[in-house]
Design a protein around this ligand. Structure first.
Ligand code: FAD
Ligand code: SF4
Length: 463
């Protein structure tokens, strides 16, 4: 076994001062030389624990070995066989807490750059892609998928590969779910998402947009007069939570979902080419410290805010954003107010936001989430002058579909109850997975749930 180089090969990215003023992608990706160099670091372990950390169980050493051997078609084929969205996952998955966290190399050195290599292979495949004709299904039973986020897309991809005719119904005018309306261009360009979706279309997936199941059509119509044999619910968790503090209805207060949807789906990032501008104040505070909060504050700066601020009631150690997103936000000049809990949005006589009144916090014993509980420091408050406030404190599933369909059980958080391994719900022929079941989580967990449900649907229809 050759001696392995110690550090993970870095991926170059664009200069922070330049990129903070546009929506072009931040990371450049590996070139062939860097990818080969990094692939050589993998030990090809007898017990590849990295695979245990991957919710879709990509055969990681195998695809990395194919890169090292210079066999890119084989690397692409191995990767796509396990994960229908590799160009997306290579960009947005939190590898540092999944496959890379378990990698044997990380006990002494830094882990293999699994995510960077996944992105490299998918981008190579994209550069080769040739148009193919649309493949026809060979099974009779029609399957309906509700929602075109990663859970729905992956479930659809698996099912068409098994020969089923699959139709996705999507409420919005463009498919992709959070990948389209939430994650900004500078992290996940729409061209990459469009390419992954086009591959699914070529494999036979039909996508019907502007259909709200539960309103435009009923879920029971799908199983009844529309003749579908099974339905997968992948409707996500798009309903924003609010703080319930005074001033939350002032002009200039947004939910992160609305803010990002205006920028991404409605293309304010592309103004004036797209006819949908977004007015931004000079100082924009984002409440929260997850991936959504980082995307929001970095988008605000790109749209012209002079200062973007993160306001979070816990400390940096409890932040849930990916390390890379936090690091990029620091480089782009984002200001962080840790242990700061908003208790009132302040406004002027015209009803516009002027500031945030906040309680200073300190850390106490761990709470039920295992993270240190933030406790108010008595008598200590601060006022932060701001023009806009964006709430990024979590989301829950939209109850519309769940409440309009009899027999679907939900839990106390409003999530649809479904078996973790199979996605089977409390009603026969209805399966579910992704954020609608788990609450807001990750792309790869949603993808894994879609994959599991596809296998269960196939199993049940074949019985
Ligand atoms: P969604 O992606 O929410 O898709 C659900 C789809 O269903 C939507 O298109 C919706 O319009 C549609 N729908 C809803 N109701 C209906 C209905 N009644 N009829 C028809 N269609 C309906 N995860 C990561 O792993 N890494 C990241 O870096 C990351 N960054 C994120 C950044 C942001 C801004 C956000 C909001 C989330 C981020 N996440 C990230 C989380 C990740 O995107 C989600 O966990 C994932 O998209 C969930 O997938 P899903 O398919 O369950 O749902
Ligand atoms: Fe390679 Fe790390 Fe997986 Fe071992 S654990 S096979 S070194 S990626």
């Amino acid at each position: 076994m050759p001696i392995k180089r110690i550090e993970k090969t870095a991926m170059s990215h664009r200069n922070a001062e330049v990129r903070a003023h546009d929506f072009l992608e931040v990371n450049d990706g590996y070139d062939m030389a860097r990818a080969s160099f990094e692939a050589e670091r993998c030990l090809r372990c007898q017990d590849p624990v990295c695979v245990d950390g991957c919710p879709v169980r990509i055969p990681i050493p195998e695809f990395i070995h194919a890169i090292a051997a210079g066999d890119m078609p084989e690397a692409a084929s191995i990767l796509r066989g396990a994960n229908p969205l590799p160009a997306i996952c290579g960009r947005v998955c939190p590898q540092e807490t999944q496959c890379e966290e378990l990698c044997h190399l990380s006990t002494r050195f830094t882990p293999a750059g699994i995510g960077h290599l996944e992105r490299f292979v998918a981008d190579w495949e994209r550069a080769q892609a040739a148009e193919e004709g649309i493949r026809q299904p060979w099974r009779e039973e029609k399957i309906a998928i509700i929602g075109s986020g990663p859970a729905g897309l992956v479930c659809a991809g698996q099912l068409v590969d098994m020969g089923y005719p699959v139709t996705i119904y999507e409420a919005l005018h463009a498919p992709g779910g959070v990948l389209r309306y939430g994650i900004p261009e500078f992290r996940l360009p729409n061209s990459v998402l469009d390419w992954e979706i086009d591959i699914l279309r070529q494999r036979g997936v039909e996508i019907v947009t502007n259909v709200i199941v539960g309103k435009t059509i009923a879920l029971d119509d799908l199983l009844g007069n529309m003749g579908f044999a099974a339905v997968f619910v992948g409707t996500g968790a798009g309903l924003p939570k609010f703080l319930g503090i005074p001033g939350e209805n002032l002009n200039g207060v947004f939910s992160a979902n609305e803010f990002l949807t205006r920028i991404n789906l409605m293309r304010a990032y592309d103004f004036p080419t797209a006819d949908t501008p977004m007015k931004i104040g000079k100082r924009v505070a984002v409440i929260g410290a997850g991936n959504t909060a980082m995307d929001t504050v970095r988008s605000a700066v790109r749209l012209g805010a002079e200062k973007g601020l993160i306001v979070y009631r816990r400390s940096e150690a409890e932040m849930t954003a990916r390390i890379e997103e936090h690091q990029h936000a620091i480089e782009e000049g984002i200001e962080f107010h840790w242990l700061t809990n908003p208790i009132e949005v302040l406004g002027n006589e015209e009803g516009w936001v002027t500031g945030l009144r906040c309680q200073v916090m300190e850390l106490g014993e761990p709470d039920e989430s295992g993270r240190a509980r933030p406790i108010p420091v008595k008598g200590e408050e601060v006022v932060i002058p701001v023009d806009d406030v964006v709430l990024s404190i979590g989301t829950t599933p939209n109850p519309l579909l769940l409440q309009s369909t009899a027999g679907l059980e939900t839990d106390r958080w409003g999530c649809l109850v479904a078996d973790e391994e199979s996605g089977r719900t409390t009603r026969a022929r209805i399966y579910a997975g992704g954020d609608v079941v788990t609450g807001a989580a990750t792309v790869i967990l949603a993808a894994g749930a879609g994959k599991n449900a596809a296998e269960a649907i196939h199993h049940d229809l074949s019985a």
